[in-house]
Write a protein that binds this ligand. Structure first.
Ligand code: C2O
Ligand code: CU
Ligand code: CU
Length: 504
């Protein structure tokens, strides 16, 4: 579809064109003028039937991110359908109230398909949430945060920096909110809002803070409301993560403007550091470096109103998994996300459509702890003795470096590139985060981000900074089958930092 996004020529985008066939008309909200969406609203216990018709010029499949659905409805890459085909999803909503989303999942093409516009929200409500008096309708607001780059003709530009962009992940040079460039939410003074933040960016990480210094009040993450709201000086939001943020404009006069900005953290390797290093990034001058300061969106109270929604001190019963019920509490499965020979790997392996290693087989009905490790360039089971940290293997083996003077002059970039954050996502489950181990994280980096993680509640994605690891606990129930887990930096995922696990 051609959309007017910037002034001047229209932009070619790919959209999920939503049509409600049967059901309550509130169940489908179209975000007018946007490529993002639709917003689908469902209740726990409800049965949904969704027909995906692929009118794209290539294979695709839809994945319901965070949802607990049977294998055949999860959007496994092996289930891609061709252009012109349709796929029917039919499942019962079993998840808690929360902010979920959906996007394509074909192997190797998820990054570009999402980038071209394919992503929507799936909002689940349940009885517990309905007992609360949380904002609804126009006061329950999607805020999808993405970065994009447009060329002089207003067309989306993806990975202009080629291979290096694939290694680091895409970073655009401007922020769009709900698919719009205005970065503005027109709201009403006197009212309270639920902002449903989704980091729908391919690989950008946000460190979000209100510019006036007021705390960011978070009351939900990924697949659940928290048991109680939490006030943070800033919120870290990795790719694919969602956060419910409370916004109270009751004592604000009409005309109030409040900006949510990205505040700095020292992680320039994905852009700034590289740009300085020589010829390779020429032409991409205005990239917003990862971890720099820039406005994300502005709330503008350009009207007045009132509502009586409240944020209770007590939200959801979390019903956390009792760690003692995990069979492997003291010997968790370990999965290390690292760079192999110019490839992104998990325990040294990359994506194979139906392959499962022994350590990727779990039992239906079991409760398990997984330790997810951001291993940088180091690989424990490195059988060629090389290791990647010496920068050696890469120069020798990596065809990519050859003959590119601009890149080589960068020197430190090699080491940097392996020190990448990985937002790790597991399909099919919501998990609790038991602990983060940060002893191998650069102290300066940790110091700049440590207050922004909300690990309470139920999650499906955990952002691991370089050197960080996290233990997560989950239950495999209801459905057997082949599911995936992967890095949600979409370029890493497309390059193979994705594996199957099998529930038997
Ligand atoms: Cu949001 Cu497997 O993805
Ligand atoms: Cu998912
Ligand atoms: Cu990654």
């Amino acid at each position: 579809r051609d959309l007017s996004i910037l002034s001047g020529p229209k932009t070619k985008v790919w959209v999920y064109e939503g049509k409600l066939i049967k059901g309550n008309k509130e169940a489908l909200q179209i975000l007018e003028g946007s490529y993002v969406g639709p917003v689908i609203k469902v209740s726990k216990g409800q049965k949904v039937r969704i027909r995906f018709q692929n009118d794209l010029p290539e294979e695709s499949i839809v994945h319901w991110h965070g949802m607990h659905v049977p294998e055949r409805y999860d959007g496994h890459p092996q289930d891609v359908i061709d252009s012109g085909e349709t796929y029917i999803y039919e499942y019962e909503v079993m998840n808690r109230a929360g902010t979920y989303w959906f996007h394509p999942h074909p192997h190797g093409r998820t990054g570009p398909q999402v980038y071209n516009g394919l992503a929507g929200l799936l909002l689940v409500t349940d009885e517990e949430e309905q007992q609360l008096n949380l904002p609804q309708g126009e006061f329950d607001l999607p805020v999808v945060i993405q970065d994009r780059t447009f060329d002089d003709n207003n067309q989306l530009v993806y990975l202009e920096n080629g291979q290096m962009g694939r290694m680091t992940g895409f970073l655009g040079n401007r922020i769009l909110i709900n698919g719009r460039p205005e970065q503005r939410l027109n709201l009403k003074a006197g009212c309270k809002y639920r902002l449903r933040l989704l980091n729908g960016s391919n690989s950008r990480i946000y460190k979000l803070a209100w510019e006036d210094g007021s705390p960011v009040t978070v009351f939900g993450m990924d697949g659940s409301l928290l048991s109680a709201p939490k006030e943070l000086s800033y919120l870290m939001l990795g790719p694919a993560k969602r956060a419910d943020v409370w916004l109270d404009l009751t004592n604000k006069p009409e005309g109030t403007e409040l900006t949510m900005k990205n505040t700095s953290f020292p992680l320039e390797l994905m852009s700034g550091g590289m740009m300085g290093n020589g010829g390779m990034m020429e032409g991409a001058k205005s990239v917003l470096p990862q971890g720099s300061e820039y406005p994300v969106f502005t709330v503008l109270a350009n009207a007045s109103g009132s509502n009586d929604y409240t944020l209770p001190r007590q939200l959801a019963q979390p019903d956390y998994i009792d760690p003692s019920t995990a069979g492997n509490l003291n010997a968790p499965r370990q999965f290390t996300f690292a760079m192999g020979h110019m490839e992104w790997t998990i325990n040294g392996r990359t994506w194979e459509t139906t392959e499962v290693a022994d350590e990727e087989i779990v039992k239906l009905g079991s409760t398990e702890v997984w330790e997810l490790i951001n291993g940088g360039g180091m690989m424990d089971n490195d059988d060629d003795g090389g290791g990647m940290m010496d920068g050696h293997g890469m120069m020798g083996n990596g065809g990519m470096m050859r003959g590119d003077d601009g890149m080589m002059s960068g020197g430190g970039m090699m080491g940097n590139m392996m020190q990448m954050p990985h937002p790790i996502h597991i399909h099919q489950v919501q998990f609790n985060i038991l602990e983060r181990n940060v002893t191998d994280v650069d102290p300066q980096l940790w110091d700049a981000v440590k207050d922004g993680f909300v690990d309470e509640g139920w999650h499906d994605t955990v952002l691991l900074m370089p050197g960080m690891s996290a233990k997560v606990i989950m239950q495999f129930k209801d459905f057997k089958g082949l599911f995936v887990y992967h890095c949600h930096n979409l370029e890493h995922e497309d390059m193979g930092m994705m594996r199957n696990f099998k529930i038997v």
